[in-house]
Ligand binder design. Structure first.
Ligand code: HEC
Length: 459
């Protein structure tokens, strides 16, 4: 017996040594790094979902020549953690669909540049993966075009409100509403609500303008009137917040059947109230985006709820968000949850002076639940981060969100040189005013929630 045991452990040790050896080999730096053998696979796995023809980035990283043209910038943006875009620290908390590139891959990119960016043998070139078209998550049940919009040549960033009205034969339920940008990749982001009409209160949901430019229409009320949003008697219909959001490369979030989703009224409109178009160069660009609706088989029995800490939220920003020029300022906001909740997503929000963000929950027993850490704030990539499994936050826990703002000239995103006083302006979305918000979507807790996977790709 003794002998058998010993032999087994010797075999185990040998096996372990072999495994370690194999791993080490896999991570060994090749003597010569080439595009076809080493770099193309990295780009195809981590970058071409956006950097390809028809992708959301404005240049492609598909061919040898394209990669070579970008050269050391590729290695640089990866080393700096700018690309692939995923500002959240994956060592703090993990989320669905997170994009991370390994240290080994970054070193390969760096060595490729140092070695002179060789092309490598043609027969080693991998095939470009196939990417979904029309929808990122499946075959929609209904598609509604967004009114096309033409940006003239040399136009600056634009923020528009766009109405996308619809009428359905009967009340239905949606599991997901997905925004698909037009093929010109000029849409930066979208934040959309849904207008719900009582059937008898609005004769024609299609009347009124479809598009309003926020610069020209000074108040939201004026804009809403121009869009013909009010009921026929002048009262306002119900608004359901945040039913359709878009950021390049972000999938519409599909939850397990019965969770999330919402009722679609027979008469309604999506209100893309913060559609951000980027700038154009020497050519005019017309965008033809559309909205995909996926119906739910059953009415949702657990609708998703939402609250937000900070600016115009349920807990104040402390101290006041007033950022003197040439200073770095820390603020926080705290909220104690009155019931057990199961958190689905978190969305930190700051503007251009943001430097870092962190949020966690302190339980009554003293333990900490990590929520998210963004060590290097990136204004361009503000995701609704979805947890892989719901996170239970017990009643009586205090959620703490902490933000740091950099109003010095070292902050390259500072909208002013020299820096000026910047403050919270009652939730003004203008990038030159600041905000501090932490948005949480959740369900009232039910036993077993921690085990429900929110990752539609997980087996
Ligand atoms: C989710 C989509 C997405 C993925 C994935 C992605 N990128 Fe990007 N990338 C973009 C967008 C969009 C921009 C343009 C940013 C802008 O216009 O401000 C960009 C910009 C860049 C730039 C220019 C940086 C600059 O400051 O102008 C480089 C270089 C780059 N990406 C490299 C990469 C590499 C290398 C990878 C893979 C390791 C990658 N990207 C993955 C979307 C993506």
């Amino acid at each position: 017996m003794q002998y058998v045991k010993q032999r087994n452990s010797i075999i185990a040790i040998l096996f372990l040594a072999l495994m370690l050896h194999a791993c080490k080999n896999e991570n060994r730096m090749p003597d010569r790094v080439t595009f076809t053998e080493h770099i193309a696979p990295i780009l195809y796995n981590n970058c071409t979902s956006c950097h390809r023809p028809g992708g959301t980035a404005h240049f492609d990283l598909v061919t040898y020549q394209q990669a070579k043209n970008s050269g050391s910038a590729l290695a640089y943006v990866c080393r700096q953690g700018i690309m692939p875009p995923w500002p959240a620290d994956p060592h703090y908390t993990e989320f669905v669909g997170q994009r991370t590139i390994s240290e080994h891959e970054i070193r390969l990119l760096e060595k490729w540049v140092l070695d002179g960016m060789a092309e490598g043998p043609a027969d080693k070139m991998p095939k470009l993966p196939e990417f979904p078209t029309g929808s990122l998550i499946g075959k929609p049940d209904m598609r509604i075009p967004v009114q096309p919009y033409t940006l003239p040549a040399n136009s600056l960033d634009k923020f528009l409100i766009i109405k996308v009205p619809f009428e359905l034969p009967r009340d239905t339920y949606a599991s997901v509403v997905e925004f698909m940008p037009g093929s010109n990749n000029i849409v930066h982001h979208v934040n959309g609500d849904m207008v719900e009409y009582d059937f008898d209160k609005k004769k024609n949901v299609f009347e009124g303008d479809r598009i309003v430019d926020m610069v020209n229409d000074s108040t939201i009320k004026q804009a809403f009137e121009k869009l013909g949003l009010p009921n026929d008697d002048g009262t306002y219909p119900k608004l359901k917040k945040s039913v359709v959001n878009y950021l390049p490369g972000v999938y519409g979030q599909r939850y397990p059947e019965g969770i999330g989703g919402f009722k679609l009224p027979r008469k309604g409109a999506f209100l893309l109230n913060d559609l951000h178009y980027g700038f154009t160069k020497d050519k005019a660009i017309t965008d033809s985006s559309y909205i995909n609706i996926f119906f739910a088989k059953t009415p949702p029995n657990r609708p998703v709820e939402e609250f937000q800490l900070g600016t115009i939220g349920i807990s104040p920003v402390l101290p006041d968000l007033v950022i003197q020029p040439n200073t770095v300022k820390s603020v926080y906001s705290k909220f104690t949850v009155p019931q057990d909740i199961s958190v689905l997503t978190v969305n930190p929000h700051m503007h251009l002076l943001g430097k870092s963000f962190k949020a966690y929950a302190l339980q009554p027993n003293g333990d900490t639940i990590r929520l998210i850490s963004i060590p290097r704030w990136d204004f361009n990539w503000q995701y609704f981060y979805t947890f892989k499994h719901m996170v239970k936050i017990p009643k009586g826990s205090t959620i703490v969100a902490e933000g740091v703002y950099d109003n010095t000239k070292q902050n390259l995103n500072n909208p002013f040189t020299p820096p000026r006083l910047i403050r919270d302006n009652n939730g003004s979305m203008k990038a030159t005013d600041e905000m501090f918000q932490f948005i949480i979507t959740y369900l009232p807790y039910q036993a077993g929630d921690e085990n429900i996977s929110l990752d539609p790709t997980a087996k």
